[in-house]
Design a protein around this ligand. Structure first.
Ligand code: GLC
Length: 626
């Protein structure tokens, strides 16, 4: 097939979906065909500029290797370039380290040029087609992407599409009164409209950036700023914005970015009288992004970051006819893991997971334990009050547990964006500090150190068996502790820098117990990913069933392919659990699992130690994975 014929074939396949999504956004206006033609033109231009290597990758993924990202061999790692390895060259030097750990996907943060000083960790972009100069230039990024690909690692970058920095050229032109660019943002003369919107909006950063609108200089013009005052929301009601952002994304794809993490997706569309979150048009927008991307660069994936009640999550994976994102963070499971760990009770987690619709074919969840953001407790609330919704009181108790203010808590975190009597906010802190390692080391308590390590491995073992890709946050594989010095750095005023410390590669000066903990955690996670990669039943396309268990600390799920089964059982408490001899058979006949009461241990076949997780296979091929 000639290049033109390939593009035309793709166009025939996607044209209908594209038009439908555009109609959802802009109505059947007479301009619709013009908008569509411009998007197709942008895709064709990007397609024609794509390198032979990337064209070949596209064809392979489009025809033989459609589900490449669902493989059991996929394992992700995420981190800030500078905190992980100084710059792009430093990341190249760490490719061997990542491969040794079992990584096939690397999400690098804060890569594109952002404003000076506070930049919300790089999410206030001033130029999407330049890099942060301290890391290297665009050619350096392209070269890094190529080297990663040669080592079977796909590069993922953030695409902050909800807002630009106020210093972005578009915003600067808007400030000078250019009507074309004024319409790129939501700019209001006077407070009347902002006040009307505010009636139904909530705040994302209520403690440090209350309100959703910011005065522009000393004028009476107000810009919509959902996040920090220097992040101006883009106006997707204007098709020029959509087209411009897609053009940028396609250029980055041609530089070798294989996965785009679509930042803050839930906020992309605004309507008066709503909370401007998860509106149906957001899904139309994502359909347009998907359709156009897959015309020009079908080997490229879109990943949704949708921090919202878990009930909304599956929607971001689209459906068979209307593809949206290929991947989505499972924010619900991540938060529920921490709930279960604090309370030794997995009922919320199981009920929430069971209540979600099954993800569509050819999509995958991204399961994670920690990331660069806080653990936002609100996602465990469910506005429709389904069975799994947690009360505000419960969320507040979790926040206190993890800031260490509850007696008996093992955690050393800090609360984030809580406002007295109003919002619970979230929790900051590294995995190791939240899981008890920091406190145990300070108290030289060997038993507590062991338990903390077990918690770290338990959480990873649970996510590595679910129907998606596990994603490891930088330093978690090395049991990194909180970085209390963050305030000494310019631009690090946000509390989330507590868990964004520079990786300490040289452990020479660390206390002996910490060195041992690092080694145990690293080899535990490495082994886990190796085992996962050997088990095709863990492919994300295979079925997953969350099981009913009669014991609150026990979380259990089944993975099933045509010819294999895997049962994951995980004990979220410090007390041992004993699984009955025939528990596996009971599962297969669909009954709930019983756990032997303590005292009847002789009946038990599988003892699950404190915070232990096992993957059980029918042929006695069983792994204790934490
Ligand atoms: C996403 C990012 C977060 C950032 C926000 C605004 O949620 O993960 O770090 O603050 O978007 O860009």
């Amino acid at each position: 097939m000639t290049a033109n014929a390939i593009f035309d074939r793709r166009l025939r396949e996607r044209e209908g979906v594209l038009l439908e999504a555009l109609t959802g956004l802009y109505g059947a206006s007479s301009d619709l065909s013009k908008i569509q033609a411009r998007l197709i033109g942008a895709a064709r231009k990007a397609y024609e500029a794509r390198s032979p290597e990337l064209l070949e990758l596209d064809l392979k993924r489009e025809t033989q290797d459609i589900d490449w990202f669902q493989s059991e061999k996929m394992a992700g790692y995420m981190g800030y370039v500078d905190r992980f390895a100084d710059d792009f060259d430093g990341v190249k030097d760490k490719i061997g380290y990542l491969k040794n750990l079992g990584i096939t996907y690397l999400h690098l943060l804060s890569v594109l040029r952002a404003r000076d000083g506070d930049s919300d960790g790089g999410f206030a972009v001033t130029d999407y087609l330049s890099t942060n100069a301290a890391l290297g230039n665009m050619d350096g990024l392209e070269d890094l992407a190529r080297q990663l690909r040669a080592n079977s690692i796909s590069l993922c970058l953030d695409f902050a599409l909800n807002h630009t920095a106020q210093e972005h050229d578009w915003a600067q032109r808007a400030i000078t009164g250019d009507p074309h660019y004024r319409d790129f943002y939501f700019l209001f003369d006077g407070r009347a409209e902002p006040d009307r919107y505010e009636r139904t909006l909530e705040d994302v950063f209520p403690a440090t950036a209350p309100g959703n609108f910011t005065r522009v200089g000393d004028t009476d013009t107000w810009a919509w700023t959902t996040f920090y005052p220097y992040q101006w929301d883009l106006n997707y009601h204007n098709p020029d914005v959509l087209i411009s952002m897609i053009e940028v994304l396609l250029e980055l794809a041609n530089r070798g970015v294989e996965v785009f993490r679509l930042d803050a997706t839930i906020y992309l569309w605004k309507e008066m009288g709503t909370n401007c979150r998860n509106l149906p048009q957001v899904h139309d927008l994502l359909r347009v992004f998907k359709a156009v991307t897959s015309l020009a660069a079908p080997g490229t994936l879109l990943k949704a970051e949708a921090v919202s009640s878990a009930r909304h999550l599956t929607g971001y994976l689209g459906n068979k006819q209307q593809r949206e994102c290929d991947l989505a963070y499972h924010t619900g499971l991540m938060t529920a893991l921490w709930d279960s760990l604090a309370t030794a009770d997995t009922t919320h987690m199981s009920a929430m997971m069971r209540s979600l619709p099954r993800k569509p074919e050819h999509t995958s969840w991204v399961y994670y334990v920690r990331c660069h953001d806080d653990i936002g407790w609100d996602v465990l609330k469910d506005s429709e009050e389904t069975k799994w919704g947690a009360t505000t009181g419960h969320l507040a108790s979790l926040s206190h547990f993890y800031d260490g203010s509850v007696t008996g808590s093992f955690a050393r975190g800090r609360s984030f964006q809580a406002t007295e009597g109003k919002t619970v906010g979230g929790t900051n802190g590294t995995l190791a500090s939240l899981a008890g390692l920091e406190q145990a080391l300070d108290e030289h308590d060997q038993e507590a150190i062991k338990l903390a390590i077990k918690r770290i491995l338990l959480l990873h073992a649970v996510i590595a068996g679910l129907d998606g890709m596990p994603l490891i946050y930088m330093g978690d594989e090395l049991a990194a502790l909180n970085d209390y010095d963050y305030l000494q750095h310019a631009g690090f005023s946000d509390g989330r820098w507590l868990h964004r410390g520079k990786i300490l590669w040289d452990s020479g000066l660390l206390p002996h117990d910490l060195i041992t903990a690092r080694q145990t955690v690293f080899s535990g996670i490495r082994q886990l990913l190796q085992r996962r990669a050997e088990l095709p039943v863990l492919n994300a396309e295979n079925r997953m069933t969350i099981l009913d268990t009669s014991e609150r600390p026990l979380f259990a799920y089944l993975r099933q392919s045509d010819n294999n089964l895997l049962l994951c059982v995980a004990n979220f408490s410090a007390k041992p659990l004993f699984l009955k001899k025939n528990c596996f058979a009971e599962y297969l006949s669909g009954q709930a699992m019983d756990v032997c009461p303590i005292g009847n241990e002789d009946q038990a076949i599988h003892q699950l130690g404190p915070y232990e997780c096992r993957w059980l296979m029918p042929m006695g091929d069983n792994y204790s994975v934490s």
